[in-house]
Design a protein around this ligand. Structure first.
Ligand SMILES: CC(C)(COP(=O)(O)OP(=O)(O)OC[C@H]1O[C@@H](n2cnc3c(N)ncnc32)[C@H](O)[C@@H]1OP(=O)(O)O)[C@@H](O)C(=O)NCCC(=O)NCCS
Length: 177
């Protein structure tokens, strides 16, 4: 079953091979390189990466979505859950440079978190986590707006020379997005 999440502004749907050209273009971004391990060499690499996302859906360990605004790919969001089950999962995301500051990441995080809490797909999930580098205040703000409370400061660990923030969302948290 293909999962598609819709709001008034956004659509979250699994990545499709036809998104490869957009993925290549969006990956050419300094902020993405700075704060994520997301790298796309070329069109062929993009197709390979998109195809690999399908495996995550089969194992339920990596539920990844393209984020579409006005019908265009404008970001990515993923829920990673070891073994495809358990109480803990980690959410990750990025948005395209032109789409930043418009609330896309926050809305996508809220949509995915609500879906995971409220559907059988997320059965047993109790504490989704969001981890970002302390030098990334935009991501910290996304966490705050979506009810992911700061729980711990993580020590630097290779390849990250700076500390990290561990944010956790409880089911009862009230987001401001
Ligand atoms: C982090 C990121 C996903 C945020 O995406 P976005 O779509 O711009 O997020 P939103 O618009 O929902 O919220 C961003 C918030 O951060 C704020 N912000 C942006 N830059 C900031 C800065 N330098 N200092 C403080 N706040 C900042 C924005 O003002 C906004 O808050 P507001 O709604 O209160 O005004 C995006 O910047 C990105 O893709 N960065 C590169 C990849 C990355 O860092 N991914 C996350 C790794 S943990």
């Amino acid at each position: 079953m293909t999962v598609v999440l819709n709001s008034a502004d956004l659509t979250l749907r699994p990545w499709e091979v036809c998104d490869a050209t957009a993925l290549v273009a969006l990956a050419d971004d300094e902020e993405l390189r700075r704060w994520t391990s997301h790298r796309v060499a070329d069109q062929e690499d993009a197709v390979r990466r998109i195809t690999a996302q399908g495996v995550g859906w089969v194992t339920r360990e990596r539920l990844s979505f393209a984020v579409l605004a006005h019908g265009q790919v404008a970001g990515h969001i993923v829920l990673k859950r070891q073994g495809g089950a358990g109480t803990v999962a980690e959410i990750g995301y990025w948005t395209s440079a032109p789409a930043r500051g418009l609330g896309l990441a926050s809305q996508a995080v809220e949509m995915l978190t609500s879906w995971a809490f409220d559907t059988a797909e997320g059965e047993g999930l109790a504490r989704p986590e969001l981890i970002h580098n302390v030098g990334n205040p935009a991501s910290c703000r996304v966490a705050d707006k979506t009810g992911y409370a700061l729980e711990a400061v993580l020590p630097p660990r290779p390849p990250h020379p700076l500390e990290g923030h561990l944010h956790v969302r409880e089911r009862a948290a009230i987001p401001s997005v």
